[in-house]
Structures are given as C-alpha cells and as structure tokens.
Design a protein around this ligand. Structure first.
Ligand SMILES: NC(=O)c1ccc[n+]([C@@H]2O[C@H](COP(=O)([O-])OP(=O)(O)OC[C@H]3O[C@@H](n4cnc5c(N)ncnc54)[C@H](O)[C@@H]3O)[C@@H](O)[C@H]2O)c1
Ligand SMILES: O=C(O)C(=O)C[C@]1(C(=O)O)C=C[C@@H](O)C=C1
Length: 368
C-alpha cells in the first residue's frame, strides 16, 4: 500500500469540482448506465460506448448520456464498466486511446486487474481502480437508475504509481454520483468483498439451488425469509461466474470457514448441543454491519402496514408518513400469497415507531 492510501470512512463534503468531464463510459449495462444517469443529472457531458451498440442507445434513451463520438483528446475521464475478465484489455486500450484522460473501472475485483495492467501498460499513473458497493440482481441498461449510488459506499483503490490528481478525480466521480468514498488498497479490497459480497452471493445461490426441485406444495410456503436470503441469487450467472473465479482464493477461504461453521451447527444439532450460542454469534454479526452513511449500526423499529394492491396506495402511504415528518430509514415489502394486499415494513427510529403506528391507524391504515 502506498503511503497516502488510507481508509476514509468519515462523511465526505459535497462534491464541488464540476465539471468532471467530458466523461466516456465504456460498458453501458446496469452500472455504467447508472453512472451515466447520475452524472448527466448534474449536468456533466457524458458519452457512451458498448460492445453491443444497442446497449449504449438504450442507456442514452434512459438519460445516461449521448452515443455520439468524442475526440479522444477531449475526454477527461473514462469509466470502464464491463465484466471482470474484459477489464484489463478494455482499460489498457482506454489508456492508449485517450491520452489525457484519467481512467477508472467499477469492477467487483481489483487486484488481478491492477496486476495485469502493471504487466502490460507503460503509463499507469492515470489509472485508479474503484468499486461502487451498489448494484442489483438485474442487468443491462434498461435497469439503470440515477440514484443507484446515493448514500452507498464507493471504494477507490489507488496504487503506488497512481497520480494524485487521478485519485482525486475518481473520488470526485464517486461523490458526484452521491456515494461515500472509502480508500483502500486493491488486495485488501478483494479480501473484504470476499466476505461481505462474494460469499453472500455464493451462499444465496446455493440455498436457491436447493429449492429448484422442491415440490410445489413446499414452495408455496415460501415467505419473506427465503426471499431475503435468495434475492441476490437471481443475479446474472455469467457476471458472477467471473467475479467468483477472479477472486477465487479469497472466496475459497471464506467458503471453507463457512463450511466449518455449518458443520459445527449440524454436529451440535445431532448431539443436542448448544445451538443458541451459534445463533447468537450470527445475530452479533448482523449488528456488526455499519448503518447507513457509514454510521454505527442502529436497530430501527419496523412498523408493518397492510397496503391494498391498487394503484396509488404506496404514494398515499408515503404522503402520510411525510405529513407526520417520519424519516423512512428502510422499507421491505411482502406480498400476501392469498389476498390482493402487501405488507410494507417501514423501518423508523425506535423512538418514533409507536407514535407513527398510532397516527397511521388514525388515518385509516391497518397497522400490525
Ligand atoms: N451488478 C452489480 O451489482 C455490480 C455492482 C458493482 C460493480 N459491478 C461491476 O460492474 C461491471 C459491470 O457490471 P453490470 O452489472 O453493469 O453488467 P451488465 O451486464 O449490466 O453490463 C455490462 C455491459 O458491458 C458490455 N460489454 C461487455 N464486454 C465489453 C467490452 N469488451 N467492451 C465494451 N462493452 C462491453 C456489455 O455489452 C454490457 O452492456 C462488472 O465489472 C461488475 O463486476 C457490478
Ligand atoms: O444489491 C445487490 O444486489 C448486490 O449484490 C450489490 C453488490 C453487493 O454485494 O453489495 C454486488 C456486487 C457488486 O460488486 C457490488 C454490490
């Protein structure tokens, strides 16, 4: 790690350094097009390029920028958002084609890309890797949104030869997209995401794989628990095959450790041993995760409200929450399998929950 690479987790000041661009985004799927939408929304000039031209056109249609070419000399920042195995080639091509640009990528694994570039690229000072910790199980430009990175963590991974202004430009990019930056070296980043992103995906996929051949009368009992655990398993297997393979050794270590915990649980169940101790450790793990905006974890209180499956219900409910000056910290929704209603869980500060529930009842909502 170079001397000035430090972990920054405190809130960052609002981005003030417009314009960042002209910006060129290469790879206009979910992440690339979302970056384009976020930057275009604040007035940046954004150009879009994709191996599949229709993806760039769809991204442009969603407000991510323009497909018209730009002179290579004019490009100030290139954001590469292609799948992990394509990154080294596209990045070294971009460093060559755009001689004055800072070049970054948003790939989910960082060290292998840097190692490949170090071997093949003479001028690495203008490259600084990064990784927004926000995404979805959906793919492609049609799923892009301007607020994907709002209040989320965006890791910036400088290396020893990175130019200071290049690091600053990538931090500015993340902040312009509404994210909170954490600066970390690539190898450490890969260890961290193996635990907090890649292992969860692998586990989610393997739990979901076990559902495939279950009888339908078992699956009809599926409630929010199994949906929460398996949501990310719906992610694109082509993308995740690359992410897991490129970070295979760190993910492998996490899988081994998880396997030991699962074996221990199975053993204790068989021996009528202390299972609660392992579940307590699990609960402590959920509380170890930082809260929104990188703050200490808060145990929000959930107020559960029935909403009719009808147009305008959600908008009406949020309008009432707004009238009551309730800050909605998080929401989740569960659909009633039988009736045409949903159950919306609104997470609020614990000291506001009771008053909020009562005031919503008075406005005619069914609150549990
Ligand atoms: N999906 C997520 O949740 C998420 C979150 C953070 C970072 N990432 C990373 O962002 C990158 C993009 O992921 P995504 O989810 O946007 O995928 P995506 O499939 O939605 O988009 C990828 C785009 O790259 C294009 N592409 C592929 N190879 C190309 C090439 N050689 N040149 C130009 N374009 C090319 C594809 O046509 C596609 O439009 C990946 O490296 C991924 O690891 C993904
Ligand atoms: O929200 C999701 O669906 C995600 O899986 C996003 C997620 C993550 O693990 O947090 C997935 C992979 C990316 O590299 C970054 C973000």
């Amino acid at each position: 790690m170079s001397a000035d690479v430090t972990s920054r987790t405190e809130p960052q000041p609002a981005f003030k350094g417009l314009p960042l661009g002209p910006v060129l985004i290469i790879g206009t799927g979910l992440v690339g097009a979302s970056v384009g939408c976020a930057l275009t929304a604040i007035g940046e000039e954004v150009h879009l390029r994709d191996r599949v031209p229709s993806h760039a056109r769809v991204a442009a249609g969603r407000g991510a920028g323009q497909v018209e070419n730009i002179s290579p000399d004019a490009v100030a920042l290139v954001v590469v958002a292609v799948p992990p195995r394509a990154l080294p080639g596209v990045l070294s091509g971009a460093l060559e084609e755009f001689p004055h640009a800072v070049v970054t990528d948003v790939g989910s694994v960082k060290q292998g890309v840097l190692t490949a570039l170090e071997a093949n690229t003479a001028e690495l000072g203008r490259y600084v890797g990064s990784h927004p910790m926000a995404g979805s199980h959906l793919a492609g430009p049609i799923t892009a949104t301007a607020d994907l990175f709002q209040d989320r963590t965006w890791v910036v991974t400088p290396h020893a030869a990175a130019r200071k202004d290049a690091v600053e430009a990538v931090v500015a990019l993340a902040e312009a997209c509404g994210a909170r930056t954490v600066v970390m070296d690539s190898a450490e980043h890969d260890l961290a995401v193996a635990a907090v992103s890649h292992l969860p995906h692998a586990v989610s996929a393997m739990v979901a794989a076990g559902l495939e051949n279950r009888p339908a009368d078992h699956l009809v009992l599926a409630g929010q628990g199994v949906r929460d655990v398996t949501r990310i398993a719906a992610g694109d297997p082509d993308l995740w095959e690359q992410i897991l393979t490129v970070n295979a050794s760190a993910v492998g270590r996490e899988l081994t450790a998880l396997g030991q915990r699962l074996t221990e649980l199975g053993q204790r169940l068989a021996d009528h041993g202390d299972v609660r101790e392992l579940l307590e450790a699990g609960r402590r793990g959920t509380r170890a995760i930082q809260g929104k905006h990188g703050t200490a974890p808060i145990d929000y209180a959930a107020v559960q409200i029935e909403i009719p499956d009808a147009p305008g219900s959600l908008a009406r409910l949020f309008a009432h929450a707004d009238e009551l000056d309730i800050n909605v910290e998080d929401i989740s929704i569960e659909h009633d399998p039988v009736r045409q209603v949903g159950w919306l869980k609104i997470h609020v500060l614990p000291n506001r929950a009771e008053g909020f529930a009562e005031a919503m009842r008075q406005r005619g909502w069914l609150v549990v």
